[in-house]
Write a protein that binds this ligand. Structure first.
Ligand code: ZN
Length: 80
């Protein structure tokens, strides 16, 4: 089973947890702190201003379009 970096919106904590892909997709992974399933995936612990220049292999112009990159996978735009 893969590990996931998740963030709990209730207790404002990040945690790393092992879960099945199905559990992840169905949002059945509970926060180890409070048990809430209001968790979201953390793609990168780096702050948004660092992420600006991250090279997205999908996007040939990632250094130009940065956060506005239309090629960014959904979910990575949460820092906008
Ligand atoms: Zn929690």
């Amino acid at each position: 089973m893969p590990f996931y970096d998740l963030y709990c919106a209730v207790c404002d904590k990040e945690f790393n947890i092992m879960a099945t892909m199905a559990d992840k997709t169905d949002q059945r992974i509970p926060c180890p702190e409070c048990g809430s399933t209001k968790v979201e995936t953390v793609y990168n612990a780096a702050p948004a201003y660092v992420k600006r220049n991250t090279n997205n292999p999908e996007c040939p112009k990632s250094n130009v379009c940065a956060d506005m990159c239309p090629h960014m996978p959904e979910g990575q735009t949460r820092f906008l």
